[in-house]
Ligand binder design. Structure first.
Ligand code: 15L
Length: 270
């Protein structure tokens, strides 16, 4: 796996990841709708609007593998989600098929399953429970990956990313934190493991408070190094400063669940 494309290279995760992936994949190509402000001379860049299939095909041409971070990365208006994450995701997979790409890593999100209560431990074989239009688009991306894997033989890994960063920043993030180095490890499994055809893994580090059964990732050799509990005192102190949120504190997706919530809070189900 030599020629790898990173979409969403100008985003928060993409901006960090491109520097971590470059030593592993020296021919790394970057793409986004806008140029990263600190683009280096040794970083090939192809601008592409994900909603434009012809542009996406140009970005994808000649690549062996794709790490697809591109799209809208939080909740947004339906029209925005539709263009970036539904049409954009379809274009990415279709461009990959047309251009003979072998593998795609799809950046899914914990928000595809955010309406599971925190009392539940879930794996990846249970049905999705999106907590937002954004979460619905991530569930769609997982389905697209499965379809292109079964129908066209593309190898696909979907990563339900928790919260990416140097440390967990509050109580919820103690359960879902993903250390940058651990994301690189997961991506390498997705791009290189010979047995991988279609899988969903959780993008989470070694979190004692995890709500997720990530045994599929472990079966492929994932050995995370980030220990969320090393940061628990600071994360819990930060949590104490946040307002209580009856819905958000009950479900795994946090504020993505409580935003626009108009259900029955007396009947929160378990
Ligand atoms: C996500 O999927 C978002 O992209 C990120 O901004 C965070 O909100 C993260 O989930 C989270 O749940 O903390």
């Amino acid at each position: 796996m030599k020629r790898v494309l990173l979409t969403g290279a100008s985003g928060d995760i993409g901006g960090r990841l491109r520097k971590l992936l470059k030593p592993v994949y020296p021919e790394l190509r970057l793409s986004d709708i806008k140029v990263p402000p600190d683009l280096q001379p040794d970083e090939p860049f192809v601008a592409a609007d994900l909603a434009n299939l012809a542009e996406v095909e140009k970005a994808v041409a000649g690549m062996d593998g794709i790490v697809h971070l591109g799209g809208f990365s939080v909740e947004g208006p339906w029209e925005t989600i539709l263009q970036s994450n539904i049409i954009g995701c379809r274009n990415l997979f279709e461009a990959a098929r047309r251009q003979g790409v072998k593998r795609v890593i799809f950046a899914s999100s914990n928000h595809a399953v955010g309406f599971y209560p925190r009392t539940h431990r879930i794996g990846t074989e249970t049905h999705v429970r999106p907590d937002s239009r954004y979460g619905v688009s991530k569930a769609f991306g997982e389905a697209m990956g499965s379809f292109y894997a079964d129908k066209h033989g593309l190898r696909v890994l979907c990563l339900r990313i928790g919260n990416f960063g140097d440390k967990p920043i509050d109580k919820r993030r103690l359960s879902i934190w993903l250390k940058p180095d651990d994301l690189v490890q997961l991506i390498r499994i997705g791009l290189e493991h010979p047995d991988l055809r279609y899988e969903i893994f959780y993008g989470a580090s070694l979190n004692e408070r995890a709500w997720w059964d990530n045994s599929r990732a472990y079966a492929y050799g994932y050995r995370p190094t980030g220990r969320a509990e090393d940061f628990s005192a600071a994360a819990l102190a930060a949590q104490a400063e946040l307002p209580a949120d009856a819905v958000g504190d009950f479900f795994q997706g946090g504020t993505f669940c409580s935003a626009e919530f108009s259900g029955d809070t007396d009947a929160l189900w378990d």
